[in-house]
Each structure stands twice: as C-alpha cells, then as structure tokens.
Ligand binder design. Structure first.
Ligand code: 13P
Length: 251
C-alpha cells in the first residue's frame, strides 16, 4: 500500500525559538483526520528538540542530509549514527539544492543511500530535471538516470524504506509549479520504470511525492492525480496554517 505523505522541508530557516513555535502551532492545529502522514525536516541543530517536542505525536522528524561515512575527519558533517542517536530515523537525500550547491552527484548519493539503508533509516530520495532539460525534451532521461545511478542498485527489500520525491528544479521556490498533468505524467513514468526494472509489487507500494511551489491553492488538484502520493513542501511549510491546509488537500 502506498502511504500518503506531506513533508515540510524547512531548509535553512527557523532558529530554535522559531522551530519550537512552528511545531507548537502544528501540534495545536493538526487536523484530526488527516489521511497523510506529516513529516517535518528542521535544520540539524534543531532536530533533537524537534524530536522531543513531537514525542508521542504522529509527526515524523527528518534530517535534510547526512554524510555517507560512518564517522571520521569530515569537519562540519553529520553522520547516520548521530541521527539515530537522537531518534531521527528519516533523512532527505539528493535534494536539488544539495546537488547544485554542494556538488552531490548520483554516485555520491548512491553511497549515502547505502549508509542510510544499512542503519534502517527511511530515505526521502529527491530528483528532478532542470528547466533546460525540460525545454529540450530531456526530462524523462534525466530523471531516469538520477534514479538508476543513485537508487536502483538497492535490494528489493530495501524499497520499503524509500519514498521518492520528484522535484523539478524549475518549480522550486519559483512560484511556477508543474501542472497537475505534468506531475502525473512524470510520476506515472517513474512508477512504470520501477515496475519494469524492479517489479510490480515495489511499483505499487512506493510513494512518490511531488515538490515545487506546492501551495494551499494548488495542492488539492496536484494530490488528486492517481500517481501523486503527497508532497514535499518548501516555502509553504514554514507557515503552520498553509502547511496544514496543504496536508488537508490530501484526500
Ligand atoms: P518550494 O515549495 O519552496 O518550491 O520548495 C520545494 C522544495 O524544494 C522542497 O524540498
């Protein structure tokens, strides 16, 4: 069964006081009957407090990144063991901002994926084409290679720990969202690729989220598409009211 998920990627926003305030607001207003699982990804320094604050609730706290090595001389980095140690069991990997600004390649992401899976973390694996790829009609090829090179090496059993997030780079933070039809077309392509390469069971059980300028006024239509299982939300996840409206858009 595919899970419905709405995840907020807070990126480099919110200090500790703002993190606490936003979580309080989410907890107090959280819809009783939301069909979607709610995930939030605060910055590293606020993860531990976020885990404590959401303890006993259904909100899942995720990290935005982690290093591929178990430990060692990697100044400024955070390991999988450090995440596990504070009970963070979900990590976003391969976000386009990590790929673009921090040089994360498909090969590096394959290593991060292996490290995360070997510690039983759930991965929200991000990928998506740039504007030039789409304009040149190359978007399916780009997405396919990101998935083949970064993810498709994992064992069939490990797919139950993977959530996919298709985030076209041209739609992130731009206000220009993919149309519901464009999102559905790509999500169907991805599911088909998984069906052919990995198997029908995995294809039918893997959640594929859409990310890129999802807002309260467009979420419901995007989420209504048959292969869209939820969203990865940036800007609109920083306001509790907007984020919860998006969560409610998942029917
Ligand atoms: P926006 O919702 O701000 O476009 O960001 C999407 C995103 O990058 C989520 O990871």
């Amino acid at each position: 069964m595919r899970k419905k998920i709405v995840a907020g990627n807070w990126k480099m926003n919110n200090d500790s006081a703002q993190t606490e305030a936003l979580i309080s607001e989410l907890l107090s207003k959280k819809p009783e009957h939301s069909v979607a699982k709610i995930v939030i990804a605060p910055s590293f320094v606020n993860l531990q407090a976020a885990v404590q604050q959401t303890h006993g609730t259904s909100i899942i706290v995720a990290a935005q990144n982690m290093h591929q090595a178990e430990s060692g001389a990697y100044t400024g980095e955070t390991s999988v063991g450090m995440l596990k140690g504070i009970k963070v069991n979900t990590v976003i990997l391969g976000h386009s901002e990590r790929r673009a600004y921090f040089g994360e390649t498909n090969a590096l992401l394959a290593e991060k994926v292996n490290t995360a899976l070997s510690h039983n973390l759930t991965i929200i694996f991000c990928f998506g084409e740039e504007l030039a790829d789409r304009q040149g009609g190359n978007h399916f090829n780009v997405v396919e290679s990101q998935l083949r090179e970064g993810l498709f090496h994992i064992s069939r059993e490990n797919w139950s720990s993977v959530v996919l997030a298709y985030e076209p780079v041209w739609a992130i933070g731009t206000g220009e969202t993919a149309s519901p039809e464009q999102a559905q077309e790509m999500h169907a392509f991805i599911r088909n690729l998984i069906r052919n390469e990995i198997g029908a069971g995995v294809a039918d059980a893997t959640s594929i989220l859409y990310g890129g300028s999802v807002k309260p006024d467009n979420a419901r239509e995007i989420f209504s598409k048959p292969d869209v299982d939820g969203g990865l939300i940036g800007g609109a996840s920083l306001k509790a009211g907007d984020f919860l409206e998006i969560v409610n858009g998942m029917q």
